[in-house]
Design a protein around this ligand. Structure first.
Ligand code: NAD
Length: 288
């Protein structure tokens, strides 16, 4: 694989484009919004600058990586050359369905398709194409340039060859991989949703303050972040959305804590809204 197209230049797509270019792939980042693309380019350049300052890469590596990266609002023209397309558009099945129908029409027969979905079925997404054997989920984590894992999820029809090609591509991007079979929530979203939800039940029951619960989990269980810190980073609305999905598929143990629903109703969505479990309004670093 040499040529990659990343669709969606939001939180995840820009990180995926960065690790792809640094990994040596000729990468095109595509979005329908020119403004999002401009923001993505600015942020990717910041990641390069910080990487250079921290000696994660040399000046030459930075310049070579940047020269492999381009930004575009027109998807179709870049698909003919693509060996792999990674989709990172919002977690809405209709949007994803539309994208996969379009890329299936324009990409070469040998091109593989990956979705960065957190919860959705790669089998269903593959069914919107005429190449379900070449469709897979490639689940990156936020922030992509720092998080070491890509969780690779095979749909029912995904071939072993596709899974192996995707595993090699992820490794070329500097990532560790696990290859698993599709089941709602995969491995990581399922566990993370459960831990985050349990923490909300504890808060609701008055077991402790958010600080105490986060500290107990971090220092007692050796988690790098507390469940509330992580929930605020991911977004409490996203967390609730995932829990509702898992509740519908896997039953009672994923029922969202009423307190979490209340926070989301109040607009306390986490860092992105300035307030979630914690208040970020005074902290400039969280405003970006
Ligand atoms: N945010 C996370 O922490 C996280 C982690 C892992 C996986 N994911 C998954 O990654 C995917 C993307 O999430 P995100 O947080 O980056 O979303 P986001 O909202 O930040 O970005 C989505 C981008 O897609 C663009 N877009 C929408 N429709 C498009 C189209 N038809 N063609 C091209 N671009 C289009 C939007 O303009 C936007 O820039 C979702 O499936 C999400 O579940 C998110």
């Amino acid at each position: 694989m040499k040529n990659l197209v990343v669709i969606g230049s939001g939180v995840m797509g820009r990180g995926i484009a960065y690790v792809s270019a640094v990994g040596g792939f000729k990468t095109t980042l595509v979005d329908i919004s020119q403004e999002q693309l401009a923001n993505a380019e600015k942020e990717i350049n910041n990641i390069f600058e910080r990487g250079l300052a921290r000696k994660k890469l040399t000046f030459t590596e930075m310049e070579e990586s940047k020269s492999r990266l381009q930004y575009s609002v027109s998807l179709a023209q870049h698909l003919k050359e693509a060996d792999l397309v990674i989709e990172a558009v919002p977690e809405v099945m209709d949007i994803k369905k539309n994208i996969f129908e379009v890329i299936d029409q324009h990409a070469s027969e040998t091109c593989c398709f990956a979705t960065n979905t957190s919860t959705m079925s790669p089998t269903e997404i593959g069914s919107y194409t005429k190449r379900p054997d070449k469709v897979i989920a490639m689940h990156f984590f936020n922030p992509v340039h720092k998080m070491p894992l890509v969780e690779i999820i095979k749909g029912l029809e995904t071939s072993d060859e596709t899974a192996e090609a995707i595993r090699r591509a992820a490794e070329q991007m500097g990532k560790e991989t696990v290859v698993i079979n599709e089941f709602p929530g995969f491995v990581t979203s399922r566990i993370s949703a459960l831990v985050g939800n349990e923490a909300f039940y504890m808060l609701q029951e008055g077991v402790g303050t958010p600080e105490e619960i986060d500290k107990a989990i971090k220092l007692g269980l050796n988690y790098p972040m507390g469940p509330f810190e992580l929930g605020d980073l991911v977004g409490l609305d996203t967390r609730l959305n995932n829990l509702n999905y898992l509740h519908s598929k896997l039953g009672e143990k994923y029922r969202p804590a009423p307190l979490l629903e209340q926070y989301v109703k109040a607009g306390r969505l986490g860092r992105k809204s300035g307030r979630g479990v914690y208040d970020y309004s005074a902290k400039e670093e969280f405003a970006q």
